[in-house]
Write a protein of this length. Structure first.
Ligand code: ADP
Ligand code: MG
Length: 349
């Protein structure tokens, strides 16, 4: 995804890097606009503050942001051995383990989307993600053996997690259960930062982590934020569509950035829990708009698992605002739910 202020020269790419960030100031932005950026969750984050009503010290705001991002990582990163998720993954007993309110909140949303997608979306897919080399352990780009896949599938299943919102206890029904929050933690991080900067009096902002984004109010020029959805082509970076947005979160999932190629076949990092293997269908990318980034992020991965047909039907059933980009021969075709179409009609550039 790409956020745009004006035609091409102000392009701000949001799938991991910024182009022309400095132009935000150079192109007539209000003079108390600011950009905060850094690294988190194995990717980059960017915050664009269109103005600074409370005249905060931006360095102090950045410190507040970094502290909160560390806390999110300390809950959800499988790359940190002492994180809340890692300690639960390592735990093989049958007792309920008390987790933070944040952990329970994100787990509840993940479980809800698993339920609505009948398990196509499933954070217990971790053993398969690791087996296919997309997890925290380094691995060669290799196709796993069939019996290793069937062994790993036995450890997967969201119904093997029980949790209680009041006691904040999480119970694993099988000892090997391994949770992977990669498909939702970036979104939750975006929400956490958005809420923090709102609490500091910023009402016009864009927050983005690794392409997951949340926007409010207007851009530094005082007009609506413009987001460009990338053409899902692994070989180039170009724009598929531009939309004007504010007061929403937006997430894009695709098979065009994180994958490996073996013997001419491209293997995506989205795993179908029923087959135990990366998904293989014509859906190249999905863009979801939702009130929170956590929800948009998780649904985007869910739709990548479901594919265009089942995904579209489910998006309709749940009144979601979704754009599917399907690859047909060498062309990219769009399929939008009426909610997305409506939005586009009203507010498109
Ligand atoms: P994308 O931007 O493509 O959505 P994310 O990092 O947000 O990428 O989510 C993809 C990650 O989600 C994978 O790397 C993997 O860790 C995890 N994942 C893969 N398949 C599933 C699934 N079926 N359900 C939930 N999470 C999954
Ligand atoms: Mg995602």
């Amino acid at each position: 995804m790409i956020a745009i202020k004006k035609p091409v020269k102000n392009l701000v790419f949001l799938t991991g890097f910024f182009i022309c960030v400095t132009l935000l100031v150079a192109c007539g932005a209000s003079n108390d606009s600011a950009i905060i950026s850094g690294q988190t969750m194995g990717t980059t984050y960017h915050i664009s503050l269109s103005n600074n009503p409370a005249k905060h010290d931006i360095a102090a705001i950045k410190e507040g942001v970094e502290q909160r991002l560390s806390a999110v990582n300390q809950s959800f990163s499988t790359y940190i051995d002492s994180s809340e998720v890692s300690t639960l993954n390592q735990y093989t007993g049958g007792e309920g383990q008390v987790k933070s309110a944040a952990f329970i909140q994100v787990l509840a949303e993940a479980q809800n989307i698993s339920f609505l997608t009948e398990g196509a979306y499933d954070i217990t897919v971790g053993p398969l993600v690791n087996l296919w080399g997309f997890g925290p352990d380094f691995s060669e780009d290799d196709i796993p053996q069939a019996d290793n896949i069937s062994q790993a599938i036995k450890k997967v299943g969201y119904t093997n997690i029980i949790f209680d919102r009041v006691t904040q206890q999480v119970k694993k029904l099988i000892p090997e259960l391994y949770m992977d929050f990669s498909s939702i933690a970036k979104g939750y991080g975006v929400d956490t930062i958005a809420e923090y900067i709102e609490s500091q009096g910023f009402n016009d902002y864009m927050v983005e982590i690794g392409g997951e984004m949340r926007l409010r109010g207007s851009n530094p020029e005082g007009t609506q934020w413009r987001i460009a959805i990338e053409k899902p082509d692994p070989t180039t970076r170009s724009i598929q569509r531009i939309i004007k947005l504010s007061d929403t979160a937006v997430a894009t999932s695709g098979d065009y950035r994180n994958f490996f190629i073996k013997d001419g076949v491209r293997f995506s990092h989205t795993i179908d829990p029923t087959t135990g293997s990366p998904v293989r269908h014509s859906l190249a990318s999905v863009t979801v708009l939702a009130p929170t980034s956590m929800t948009a992020d998780a649904w985007a991965t869910a739709f990548m698992v479901l594919g265009p047909k089942k995904g579209y039907d489910l998006a309709m059933k749940n009144n979601l605002s979704v754009l599917f980009i399907v690859k047909e021969k060498d062309e990219y075709k769009e399929l939008m739910t009426p909610q997305f179409q409506q939005f586009f009609k009203d507010k498109a550039a």
